[in-house]
Design a protein around this ligand. Structure first.
Ligand SMILES: [Zn+2]
Length: 403
C-alpha cells in the first residue's frame, strides 16, 4: 500500500547579484522579526507569565511595518517573515511542553541565514522556480531529479557560513513500503568505527573523513592565531566553514545510503538512545562529529522506517549492552575501554566488544518489540523479559519515535 509523504530535496543554486542582494535583505528581515518577536514574548513570559500567541505576534508585525524605522520590512516578501513567526511559535510550543530549551536569538554569526517560502510566495513552472520579489528563476543545480510530477509545497532558501547557497524543496511524494522480512538488526555506535551491526559487520567512517578532519583541526588552529577583526581572520574563518561543510555533506550522503540500506534489509532496527542526560561528556572534535552523525542517522532511520513500514526500537542507554555476554547474559564487572576482545567468565564465549554490544541491543529491542511496545510512547519504561530476572536494575524503554 503506497503512502503519501512529505519529502525534502536540497540543491545548490547560484543567485545573480540582484537575487543575492534581495535574499540577503530578506534573511536580515527574517532574523530581525524573529528576534524582535522573541524579545516581546520573553518580556511577557518572564515579566508577567503571559504567553503571546502567533496571531498576536503577527498583528505586532503588521504594526512594526507601519513605523518609520521598520518600514523596510514591508519591502521584502511577507511570507518568510510570517514563517519566522510560525517557527518561533513552534519553538515556544516545544519549550512549554518541555521538549526543548528556551528559544534563542538568531545571531548573524552563529545561525544559518534562511528564509522559508510557502506556496503563495513562489511560482513553479516547467521545472523553474521563482521566488516572490526576486527577478527570474533560480539557477539550480539539479543533482538529483525531483519525483515525477512533484508539486513543491514549501521552499527554503539558505546560505551557509562558507557562502554557499541552497534551496530545499518540500514535495508530496509517494513511497511504497518495502516487502516484509524477518530480518532484524541492532546497532552499536562508536568513535573509531561509526556503527557496528549485530550481524558482525563494522561500518567505518566515510573514506575522506580522517584527512578532512585533520585539515579541519589545522584550519581551526590557524584561525585561533589570527588577530580579531583582521582580513586574514575572515579568510581563515571561511576556510574552517568550508571544510566543515564538506565533512557534513559527505557524511550526510553516507548516512543516507546506510539508513536506506538498513531499513530496506530489516523489519526491525534497534538503536540506543544516546540523548539520555548524565551521559559522560567528551569534548573532542571526533566525539562531536560522531555524536552529530549519530543524531542524523537516528533521524533518518526514524522517518525512513515510517515510510517503508518498518519498526525502529529505541532502547535506553543505561542498559549495560557492552558488559553483558550476549550468549549467557552474565555481566562482566570490569571491561576497560581499550579491551576490544574479551572472554565471558560465565560461558567462555569470545566476544568482539562492539559486536557483542550490538547483539545485546538487538535482543533488548526485540524483547520490547515482542511485548507490543510499538504503540507505547518513548519515555515509558518496561522491562525486557529476559533481563528482568538477571539484572534487576535494568531499564529498557522503547517505542515509536516522534515524527
Ligand atoms: Zn557468556
Amino acid at each position: 500500500m503506497a503512502r503519501q509523504v512529505k519529502r525534502a530535496f536540497k540543491y545548490r543554486f547560484y543567485p545573480t547579484d540582484e537575487q543575492a542582494a534581495e535574499l540577503s535583505r530578506t534573511f536580515g528581515c527574517v532574523r530581525l522579526v524573529y528576534n524582535k518577536a522573541l524579545e516581546e514574548r520573553t518580556r511577557a513570559w518572564y515579566g508577567q507569565r503571559r504567553r503571546i500567541s502567533y496571531v498576536q505576534s503577527s498583528a505586532a508585525l503588521t504594526e512594526w511595518k507601519k513605523t518609520e524605522e521598520l518600514a523596510f520590512l514591508a519591502e521584502v516578501s511577507s511570507v518568510p517573515l510570517q514563517q519566522a513567526l510560525r517557527h518561533l511559535q513552534t519553538a515556544f510550543a516545544n519549550f512549554f511542553a518541555e521538549r526543548a530549551k528556551y528559544p534563542r536569538f538568531k545571531s548573524k554569526k552563529r545561525s544559518r541565514a534562511s528564509a522559508e517560502y510557502t506556496r503563495s510566495a513562489f511560482t513553479w513552472r516547467d521545472g523553474r522556480l521563482t521566488l516572490a520579489k526576486t527577478t527570474g528563476p533560480l539557477d539550480i543545480r539539479w543533482s538529483r531529479p525531483l519525483p515525477e510530477g512533484a508539486e513543491p509545497t514549501t521552499v527554503t532558501v539558505s546560505c551557509d557560513s562558507a557562502g554557499r547557497w541552497f534551496v530545499s524543496i518540500l514535495v508530496q511524494d509517494i513511497v511504497t513500503p518495502a516487502p516484509a522480512t524477518e530480518a532484524a538488526v541492532g546497532l552499536d555506535v562508536g568513535i573509531t568505527c561509526l556503527v557496528t551491526l549485530s550481524t558482525g559487520e563494522k561500518i567505518t567512517n566515510p573514506r575522506h573523513e580522517r584527512r578532512d578532519r585533520e585539515r579541519l583541526a589545522r584550519a581551526q588552529r590557524d584561525l585561533a592565531r589570527k588577530a580579531e577583526g583582521s582580513a586574514n581572520r575572515g579568510r581563515a574563518r571561511r576556510r574552517v566553514a568550508r571544510i566543515h561543510a564538506r565533512i557534513t555533506d559527505r557524511r550526510r550522503d553516507f548516512l543516507h545510503k546506510l539508513s536506506t540500506r538498513l531499513v530496506h534489509e530489516n523489519q526491525v532496527v534497534v538503536i540506543e538512545d544516546l540523548n539520555v542526560a548524565g551521559m559522560v561528556k567528551n569534548h573532542s572534535l571526533a566525539r562531536a562529529i560522531s555524536d552529530a552523525a549519530w543524531r542524523d542517522l537516528r533521524t533518518m532511520l526514524e522517518y525512513k522506517a515510517a515510510w517503508y513500514g518498518r519498526e525502529l526500537v529505541v532502547i535506553d542507554r543505561w542498559f549495560p549492552s557492552t558488559k553483558t555476554c550476549s550468549n549467557c547474559w552474565t555481566v562482566t564487572e570490569q571491561l576497560p575501554l581499550n579491551v576490544r576482545v574479551w572472554t565471558c567468565g560465565g560461558c567462555g564465549a569470545r566476544h568482539d566488544r562492539d559486536v557483542n554490544a550490538a547483539k545485546n541491543v538487538l535482543a533488548a529491542g526485540l524483547a520490547v518489540s515482542a511485548c507490543g511496545a510499538g504503540v507505547r510512547p518513548q519515555r515509558e519504561s518496561s522491562r525486557t523479559g529476559r533481563s528482568a530476572t538477571k539484572q534487576e536494575t535494568q531499564r529498557v524503554t522503547a517505542g515509536i519515535p516522534r515524527l
